[in-house]
Design a protein around this ligand. Sequence first.
Ligand SMILES: Cc1cc2nc3c(=O)[nH]c(=O)nc-3n(C[C@H](O)[C@H](O)[C@H](O)COP(=O)(O)O)c2cc1C
Length: 348
Amino acid sequence: MLNTLPNTLSRAEAEFRALQARGATFLGTEMAIMGGAMSWVSERTLVAAISNAGGFGVIACGSMSPALLEAEIAATQALTQKPFGVNLITMHPQLDDLVRVCLAAKVGHIVLAGGIPPGPAVRAVKDGGARLIAFAPALVLAKRFQKSGVDALVIEGSEAGGHIGPVSLTVLAQEILPHIRDLPVFVAGGLGRGEAILGYLEMGAAGAQLGTRFAASAESVAHPNFKAAFIKANARDAIPSIQLDERFPVIPVRGLVNEGTKKFLAHQAETVRKFQAGELDKTAAQLSIEHFWAGALRRAVVDGDVEGGSVMAGQSVGMVTAIQSVADILAELTSQAVAALVARAERR
Ligand SMILES: Cc1cc2nc3c(=O)[nH]c(=O)nc-3n(C[C@H](O)[C@H](O)[C@H](O)COP(=O)(O)O)c2cc1C
């Protein structure tokens, strides 16, 4: 952009800001970029870093107890004056208590993930004055959530890291964005560059949510081995978990191929053999398959066991080429989007 006229550049910057205005106003931020909640990764340091840099950090509550969540929120508030959110998993047995903790701490935005948000939790969030964000995996659910009082939606494509649905963001965005105009919709999954974010904003998205790029940031507390694995990996290395036998469903989770993913296939084969030999009943066999990954994300993120643990990562991992600060990542996304707008203006 060295030869770009100053006017063209400032117009492009203003245009990118304007495209983000709805999402940024909703979040109370400078940029309409959310840091997707990542269990074990999205804690006080990373969340505060994202919010302090102008984005919107989100604490991943995961399986934390209400007391632990309360402490994590307080610690995050000590590191940033800027808004941030909390992501709660709907099947957490103490969901209502967790909502109460968020409301008491004046968390402004609560994300309910991992299923259809239950009515009592939706009402509690709304009555408590917080904004409610939900994941919409299909247009019909997006419309239902709109009626049930949800304030914003995330549509997350199967390119994303972690637990995934079956449909790519390319398709979800086309199915949902033209039809949901009354709620801000944030797009997620496989986003690594500013031009792509710009494209979705122009299709009507209010903003974007990124996980993988922030997991490998300088401020991320993930183990150095975890970040090194991200830098080394290509998009094709981030694959969904494989189900061996349709009688024993496997929840699709996208992560890097490693020894653990190979052992998981062998474990499923052995479990199916035991079931067929009458050594395990169906419930015990299913539980044995489900328990294989228990604690595995923690092992990878915290202990750095990137061969045996679960290295959840999106296909965007191929665009992670260095450890960058959160501020540099956000600045890079902006400059890529702005460069695309400048190039367009110069073609006219
Ligand atoms: C390591 C990791 C852990 C994640 N954990 C969660 C989680 O606990 N809750 C959740 O709603 N999403 C989780 N996600 C999904 C992210 O919030 C985000 O939507 C996703 O990473 C976006 O796709 P991207 O990774 O291609 O940017 C996780 C993703 C990763 C990479």
